[in-house]
Design a binder for this molecule. Structure first.
Ligand code: COA
Length: 400
């Protein structure tokens, strides 16, 4: 069943914009938002006056002094005066939270054309401020001192996973598998012009602790972590084609699930609410994982991508490493994962990430992904996560 069958109307992505990701010293949060707003509206074929509502995903949590950013997109044009604009916050899934609020506004019929933006400017703040801001997404660690930051929380996930499942391939450790995921995503990132890191480190470098690849929080090395980033992305959502520069992309289904916040109420190796968000999106789209040609998933740390293979149903629990070792998730595999380089190489300006994933998927589905382009990409999924498996969003998108 399509969204039209279920809700009486289609949701189309009719235009999109994407800034470079990285340490963008010449940009401000405002300039990034205005840049992608202009690109997305222009590419949709609409005028600013046609935008009925704006949602901006941004985490902030103290990384920027300006705590009230919903109106920044209006700086693009006087024709955006009086447009309702709201900021959404759901930690590193703030961008997808904005996306799904935009979808619901269109489905509700209160807006015909919605602009969705994700943005974050992290590198203005020092490492200690960024670390404390990110730890604001942890029930136990918010406001507490930590030398390992959010990496320490995912390192605990990796330790639990290793203890419970290990890796069932002779001669391979969990660290080896995580190193292979890092190397895959860094390799893929070489083809992404928006990516922060264009460094094809290779498997051996990513698997090995060295001066250039130190342990951050055992067992996660530097190459197992997404970087600290600035960037923004935007999409326009409409109910019908708007004469854009590329064909639109259809939203086939979406899912959202939040888990309990205290760690004691969750199995650290499962990401149960992440799984629920996948199941909801697949059910709404009327497809399963075998119906996907690719996926962009939330690899904030390599262990998150490994568990994602299991949460999305690609591999049974405890067997996610098979997806790497048997080549399923590489660009030429049966389900390419993070062809963009993922958060690992593309960068992770936290509030921007969810919208960026939708933009990259839209490029794939319209044959406009340049060097990232996959052959015959007709349907793909994006998955974005806030906290340690807490706020989870999945979209299934398809070519029109
Ligand atoms: N992966 C690979 N290389 C990285 C990197 C990363 N994540 N982060 C930085 N580098 C490289 C830099 O390019 C630089 O290379 P160079 O010396 O050849 O120029 C070098 O490592 C040192 O950079 P620096 O910024 O000083 O690194 P750092 O040690 O201060 O920070 C991390 C590295 C991994 C600690 C930091 O990126 C981090 O905290 N990431 C996690 C962010 C996070 O928690 N996000 C939220 C997720 S939910």
């Amino acid at each position: 069943m399509s969204l039209k069958d279920q809700f009486g109307k289609d949701i189309l992505l009719t235009g999109w914009g994407h800034s470079k990701f990285g340490k963008l010293t010449d940009d401000t949060l405002e300039s990034l938002i205005v840049q992608v707003t202009g690109e997305a509206i222009n590419n949709s074929g609409l005028d600013p006056k046609d935008i009925d509502e704006i949602y901006l995903g941004q985490f902030n949590s103290g990384m920027q002094p300006l705590g009230f950013t919903s109106s920044l997109a209006l700086q693009l044009s006087a024709d955006l005066a009086n447009v309702p604009a709201t900021r959404t916050e759901n930690a590193c899934a703030s961008g997808s939270a904005a996306f799904q609020q935009g979808v619901k506004a269109v489905l509700a019929g209160t807006a015909r054309n919605v602009l969705v933006i994700g943005a974050e400017k992290m590198t203005d703040a020092g490492a200690d401020v960024v670390g404390a801001a990110l730890l604001g997404a942890s029930y136990e660690m918010a406001g507490k001192a930590s030398s390992t930051g959010f990496t320490g929380l995912f390192a605990e996930v990796a330790k639990h996973y290793d203890k419970r499942y290990g890796v069932k391939i002779a001669g391979e450790s969990l660290g080896d598998v995580l190193g292979s995921i890092a190397a895959k995503n860094h390799h893929n990132g070489m083809d992404n012009p928006y990516a922060q890191m264009h460094r094809d480190f290779g498997v051996e470098f990513c698997r090995t602790i060295s001066d250039k690849n130190p342990m951050v929080a055992e067992p996660l090395r530097r190459t197992d972590c997404s970087p600290v980033s600035d960037g923004a992305a935007a999409v326009v959502l409409s109910t019908s084609a708007t004469g854009g520069t590329t064909a639109p992309v259809r939203l086939a289904g979406f899912g959202h699930a939040n888990d309990f916040f205290p760690a004691e109420k969750r199995d650290p190796t499962e990401f149960a609410a992440t799984r629920a968000s996948w199941e909801r999106a697949f059910a709404m789209a009327g497809v399963g994982i075998e119906g996907l040609d690719f996926a962009e998933v939330h690899d904030c740390f390599t262990i998150a991508e490994l568990i994602m293979y299991e949460a999305m149903g690609l591999a049974p629990r405890g067997e996610g490493s098979r997806a790497v070792q048997e080549g399923w998730v590489y660009k030429d595999g049966k389900l390419p994962i993070n062809v963009s380089g993922g958060l690992k190489a593309k960068g992770h300006p936290v509030g921007a990430t969810g919208v960026s994933q939708h933009v990259i998927a839209a490029m794939q589905l319209t044959g406009t992904a340049g060097d990232m382009q996959l052959p015959n990409a007709r349907r793909g999924a994006v998955q974005n996560m806030g906290g340690v498996g807490i706020a989870n969003y999945v979209s299934v998108l398809e070519a029109v």
